[in-house]
Design a protein around this ligand. Structure first.
Ligand SMILES: *Cc1c(COP(=O)(O)O)cnc(C)c1O
Length: 459
């Protein structure tokens, strides 16, 4: 076929588009590969006669260029892409849970691009410990004696069990043998850790005497697990951690540990939102150890924070797993800056997760009106009252009152519109319901709003 001779060379495509020096931070080698792929695809469609557009040397050159240009736009520079979360789900697990505060972001940036005193004592001029970077701050905020940070809360649970209860019994209520999204099961992690799970009680009711009857000389720990992502209601009974602590009177060596899951340092209940346990209270109750996530309701980086009595934390710090599960300086920087907002009582203003959860309904309505105005008349828009979820497997029964913009495009159905929105340079993630695209402005901040509008209006 003569037409095949009209196909452009990689060189010609690169030159025509001035891509020979890379684009949007994408190395020229990657762009070259894409150009080659597009030329190959075009050749194939000519050979099997599925090419339906205009033919010719210039046309082929333009077709390849257009495809690569589109790819550049969609891919940006990286596989990990910023997106606009217009779902209103604050801790969206698929969208990376918490986003960091401006303070945390700035601190991460500085730590990333500099040498730091990560393991260096500036006072002594000798080797220091990375645990010291954050421990005092966690203790000040939660009231605990000692603390350490590992990779995530799943790692924290694993470490506590493995380091302190290997080949010993850990008693857990049947009502608390939870599975968290992403295949994290208490029973499986327990097995993996080498601790022996002793289940007590029933799914809906567990009594203190169930624990008492099960404790023996092989028991190392009583573990409570916060049932983050579900609620058992009706005829129920659970034993509080305070009650579990009374069992230490007869068995002083028992460790009482609570996996708080998300945990919260912010008094959401005072805003009438949920009944998430406040970490400070669990610590004050005298629990030996608690652990919680850094990137759920705390609103910081992915991390697992373990807080409690020095006796146990010191053992954990010395354990081999502490090295395996340790966090890097970026996590420590992000966590330190996030926690600083709690010290200064700026949490509701500075930490995006908290700000989004406690946002006032009226403010969201004003934002919805503003977005609607910009999208009309290109889109047909209605504003309705709705509910946002906290997400991340936390506060499952809480629904936060919000306003939703329901948008319809004159030419595309909702599924196609939502796909096109995902293909934008800054992808916008919306919810599709009843053939309409729903925008919940709760999780859309000012910068996001501009990206959202530009995505919608470019279609
Ligand atoms: C979320 C959660 C975990 C896991 O925490 P990650 O930080 O996601 O590893 C463990 N236990 C409970 C109860 C949780 O809610």
């Amino acid at each position: 076929m003569d037409e095949l001779r009209l196909l452009p060379s990689v060189h010609a495509v690169l030159q025509q588009n001035e891509w020979d020096r890379g684009e949007k931070g994408i190395p020229v080698s990657v762009i070259k590969k894409w150009v080659q792929e597009e030329i190959d695809a075009l050749r194939l469609s000519l050979i099997n006669d599925s090419y339906k557009k205009e033919r010719g040397r210039d046309q082929f050159l333009e077709a390849v260029s257009t495809s690569v240009r589109k790819k550049l736009e969609i891919n940006g520079a990286y596989a990990l892409s910023k997106v606009v979360n217009a779902t209103g789900v604050v801790l969206h697990t698929n969208l990376g849970r918490a986003r960091l505060s401006a303070k945390a972001t700035a601190h991460v940036l500085e730590a990333a691009s500099s040498y730091t005193n990560l393991e260096y004592s500036l006072e002594q001029g000798t080797r220091g410990s990375r645990h010291d970077i954050i421990e005092k701050q966690i203790c000040d905020i939660t009231g605990c004696e000692a603390a350490m940070v590992v990779n995530n809360n799943a790692a924290a649970v694993y470490m506590v069990l493995s380091a302190l209860a290997k080949q010993k019994e850990v008693i857990v209520s049947r009502g608390e043998l939870v599975e968290i999204g992403g295949s994290f099961r208490i029973s499986s992690i327990m097995e993996e850790s080498g601790a022996y799970l002793k289940e007590v009680g029933t799914t809906n009711r567990t009594h203190l005497h169930d624990y008492t009857a099960t404790i023996n000389e092989g028991t190392a720990m009583l573990m409570k697990v916060h049932t983050s992502n579900f609620k058992i209601t009706g005829f129920t009974k659970a034993v509080s951690s305070q009650e579990l602590l009374t069992l230490k009177e007869q068995n002083p060596e028992l460790i009482v540990y609570e996996d708080l899951g998300s945990g919260s340092l912010f008094p959401f209940t005072r805003y009438g939102i949920g009944d998430e346990p406040e970490i400070q209270r669990s610590v004050a109750a005298g629990l030996d150890l608690v652990s919680f996530s850094g990137d759920k309701l705390i609103g910081g980086p992915q991390a697992g924070i373990i807080a409690g009595k020095s006796k146990w934390i010191n053992q954990l710090k010395k354990h081999q797993l502490a090295r395996v599960l340790r966090v890097d300086k970026l996590t420590l920087a992000a966590l330190e800056a996030t926690l600083l907002s709690y010290h200064q009582e700026d949490a509701a203003r500075e930490i995006p997760v908290i700000r989004d959860i406690v946002r006032r309904k009226e403010e969201i309505r004003d934002q919805a009106e503003r977005i609607k105005e910009k999208l009309s008349p290109m889109y047909e828009c209605h504003i309705t009252e709705g509910h946002s979820m906290v997400g991340g497997g936390t506060m499952p029964e809480v629904s936060l009152p919000t306003y939703i913009i329901e948008a319809t495009h004159p030419d595309f159905g909702a599924a196609e519109l939502s796909r096109k929105l995902r293909e934008q340079p800054v992808p916008v993630i919306v919810t599709v319901k009843h053939d309409r695209c729903h925008i919940d402005p709760r999780t859309v901040d000012e910068a996001d709003e501009a990206a959202l509008l530009s995505a919608f209006l470019s279609l």
